[in-house]
Design a protein around this ligand. Structure first.
Ligand code: EPU
Length: 332
């Protein structure tokens, strides 16, 4: 177990904000987590994964917890569906590479997404027509209120678009492991337009195509700090959609009609239309290839730079289109 006071978090957030926390704890088993001297830890307590969907807006006055539980266990019972139990601290993309290498289907569309397994299950990460909920069968947690382990079925996790019961519970539950169900039988998911016609002979060939697409659109975390998509894609009513169309005369507004008639409009398009591509604020900037992403362009952007850019984008999109953008990235 690692327990350090006044700890630099630069290496624990992919935005690379230079912030500190009062205390940092990395544990390597559920027993270590349960055995912590909770009353001595500075409050509040916040659990993080790789910090790939976080914006630290200032130094954190409490305790940052991080999982070092890193195992992958296959329950190979000879069925088409293979249960796989994974520790929350495993890097998500290392797991995807491993599953694809074993010829197991289900996670390949979620290739090259930064972050760790526990956080992926909190956020219900999604890309190219697949969300992690599609392959989760259950989640094991440590309940910070009752201070004991508990289990949830996927239904109990109440997953939605980048939403879950874990997010709603206000950090009550620390995910310690996730039970996935992946398939030995081919089940390629190629509905996303960019994947049409790719080589789907194996999960690895689909993975290669997804990695290629992501590399072309999104900044490489090792080269440029960011937290992926900064905003959620807004879901609006048909009446509000008409207003968006009216505000962009002569342009076809990209959109997806959801079950129930609500309409999802790409935030990237709204931000692009407002001319924000490449826009800078101090050391922060809107990524040129994908305006849904805010990057730490100078390498030394401050949280205030990012927050000011966010404020300007939200205000401009609202003024022009009447649509409220909400951050996908968690602000701490
Ligand atoms: N667009 C523009 N200008 C641009 C780029 C995109 O107008 O410069 C418009 C286009 O109409 C394009 C549309 O935005 O068709 C959607 O773009 P894209 O397919 O790249 O997807 P996205 O909506 O921007 C979402 C997820 C991504 C995920 C991709 C692929 C959210 C918030 N983001 O992005 O997830 O990889 O779909 O499925 O839902 C993340 O969560 O961090 C993330 C990267």
């Amino acid at each position: 177990m690692i327990l350090q006071r006044d700890y630099d978090l630069s290496a624990h957030n992919t935005f690379r904000m230079k912030v500190k926390c009062a205390c940092y704890v990395e544990y390597s088993s559920v027993e270590e987590l349960a055995g912590l001297d909770w009353d001595s830890l500075p409050r509040p307590v916040k659990h993080i994964g790789e910090g790939s969907n976080l914006l630290f807006t200032k130094d954190f006055p409490g305790t940052i917890l991080h999982s070092g539980i890193r195992y992958v266990k296959y329950f190979d019972v000879g069925l088409d569906e293979v249960p796989v139990a994974v520790g929350a601290g495993v890097r998500w993309d290392d797991l995807v590479a491993q599953l694809c290498g074993h010829g197991l289907w289900g996670a390949e569309n979620l290739s090259h997404i930064p972050g760790e397994v526990g956080a992926a299950a909190v956020q219900n990460i999604g890309a190219y027509g697949v969300e992690i909920k599609d392959i989760i069968s259950g989640v094991t947690c440590f309940d910070l209120v009752e201070r004991k382990s508990c289990k949830f079925t996927v239904a109990e996790c109440r997953y939605g678009y980048r939403e879950s019961m874990f997010k709603e519970s206000g950090d009550r539950y620390v995910i310690t492991s996730v039970l996935l169900r992946v398939s030995r039988k081919p089940r390629p998911r190629l509905e996303y337009k960019g994947l049409a016609g790719v080589d789907a002979s194996s999960p690895s060939s689909v993975r290669d195509a997804v990695v290629e697409i992501r590399k072309g659109k999104l900044p490489e975390p090792s080269e440029l700090g960011s937290a992926g998509s900064f905003f959620k894609n807004p879901v609006i009513s048909a009446a509000d959609f008409v207003r968006v169309c009216d505000a962009a005369p002569g342009v076809t507004v990209p959109h997806f009609v959801l079950d129930g008639g609500m309409i999802k409009v790409p935030a990237a398009w709204l931000i692009d239309q407002c001319g924000f591509k490449g826009e800078r604020e101090g050391g922060a900037a809107v990524y040129k290839k994908q305006p849904l992403v805010i990057v730490n362009a100078s390498g030394s952007a401050s949280p205030q730079d990012v927050l000011e850019l966010e404020r300007r984008i939200v205000a401009t999109v609202h003024e022009r289109f009447g649509v409220a953008l909400h951050p996908e990235v968690e602000h701490l």
